[in-house]
Every structure is written in structure tokens, then in C-alpha cells.
Design a protein around this ligand. Structure first.
Ligand code: 13P
Length: 226
């Protein structure tokens, strides 16, 4: 059983949301399937058969923070998971490791399952060990509970470029050595129905974090049925 998470970056038509929910509900999967839509859509998933997650949360439980999303309310809206530190948050919104750690803490307090994203830019490709070690540093001496981590090389997100087999294998070995074998670790970056099975066959890979392919219903159906 693998953990298949859709980082569902859907900004289009509500009718597509309803069609997606209906079609995915009709499919059986032996995997843990999680869909993380943008916060505005979470209520629309009230009848979704699989798990629901958020793409981000605020670093404080609740309060007057106009425009931010309280982890406490996300939980009450039916989210079981929350993605934290996605590279788009790190790069576009300038989220730093300490803020990401704060978000992890508050999500954990709210009994949300955090999916913490890590990964290096193309520029830092040769320095990936250093980048990943820094991103993980605050987590290393903490009780990680049921936290999930996702390794997404930023140069692979949205590009169609997948790391070579040996790159994936050594990255997963390195990260699992730091975090401990027990902590689930997902791979993300240009996953589709054609490459999903072979990526999942590597040792140490507990699941996938999927962007674009989760927005194609036929693709996502194939992936969750692996
Ligand atoms: P793609 O699957 O589109 O490369 O996106 C990956 C991603 O951002 C998942 O978090």
C-alpha cells in the first residue's frame, strides 16, 4: 500500500471539481489516496470518498490574520493532511525553514498529518545533500509522529524531467538515513501514469506527490489503481 497525494492545483471550473469527485469516488484503490485542493474548494469535497488535505496552512492555530487559513478550521472542514513548505511556497512566497517548522508544529498540534516538502533547485543540483540537510535540520531531533516528507527536486516540478534512477535511489537513501526508516517519504516531480509504477518500485519510496497528472482524471485514476 502506497501513499498517493494529489497537490491539486486546480484553478478552473467548478463543474470539473464535481466531475473529478464523482469519477474518483467510483474507483477502488488499495492505496492511501489524498487530494489537496486549494482552500477555497475544500468545502466542495464534502462527499469525497478518499482523504482530503490542504495545500498550506497558517503558522498560528487561529486568530485575526486576514486571508490566512487556520489549521484548526482546516481540520474541522475535513482535512486530515496538510502540505507544508511546498517549493512554490518557498520560492514565490519566500517561506523560510523556520516558518515551515512553525507550520509543522501547529499542524501537528491540530492532529493534521503534515506532508513536508523538501528539494533542491536546478542551480543547487550538485549541492542537493547540503540543501536537504538544511531543510531538514529543525526536524531531526523532534518526535516526528506521523509526519510524511516529500522529496521534490524543484527542477523536476512541471518540467517533465525525472531524476535518473541512481539519483532517486541515493536521495531517498540519504533522506531516510537522516529521518529514520520509519518516516514515510514520497517522491514528487513530473509523475504520470507511465512512470509512476517504476518510481514506486524503488526501495524506500512510500508514495507519490502528484501535480499536473492529478488534474487529468484518466491519469489520476490509473495512478491510484497501481
Ligand atoms: P508536477 O507533478 O506537475 O511536476 O508537480 C509536482 C508538484 O508540484 C507536486 O507537489
Amino acid at each position: 500500500m502506497k501513499i498517493i497525494v494529489a497537490n491539486w492545483k486546480m484553478n478552473g471550473d467548478l463543474r470539473f471539481v464535481d466531475k473529478f469527485i464523482e469519477e474518483i469516488n467510483s474507483i477502488k484503490s488499495k492505496n492511501i489516496v489524498v487530494v489537496c485542493p486549494q482552500t477555497a474548494l475544500i468545502g466542495r469535497f464534502y462527499n469525497f470518498h478518499y482523504h482530503l488535505g490542504a495545500q498550506n496552512c497558517f503558522c498560528v492555530e487561529n486568530g485575526a490574520f486576514t486571508g490566512e487559513n487556520s489549521p484548526k478550521l482546516l481540520k474541522q472542514m475535513g482535512c486530515k493532511y496538510v502540505i507544508i513548505g511546498h517549493s512554490e511556497r518557498r520560492m514565490i512566497f519566500n517561506e523560510q525553514d523556520d516558518l515551515i517548522f512553525q507550520k509543522w508544529k501547529v499542524a501537528t498540534d491540530q492532529k493534521l498529518i503534515p506532508i513536508v516538502c523538501i528539494g533542491e533547485t536546478l542551480e543547487n543540483r550538485n549541492n542537493w545533500k547540503k540543501v536537504i540537510s538544511k531543510q531538514l535540520n529543525l526536524f531531526l531531533d523532534k518526535p516526528l509522529g506521523n509526519t510524511i516528507f516529500a522529496y521534490e527536486p524543484i527542477w523536476s516540478i512541471g518540467t517533465g524531467i525525472i531524476p535518473a534512477d541512481n539519483e532517486i535511489i541515493s536521495a531517498f537513501e540519504f533522506i531516510k538515513d537522516l529521518l529514520g526508516q520509519r518516516i514515510p517519504l514520497l517522491y514528487g516531480g513530473s509523475v504520470d501514469s507511465k512512470n509512476a509504477r517504476s518510481i514506486l518500485s524503488f526501495n524506500n519510496i512510500d508514495g507519490l506527490l502528484i501535480g499536473r497528472a492529478s488534474l487529468k482524471i484518466s491519469e489520476f485514476k490509473k495512478i491510484i489503481q497501481i
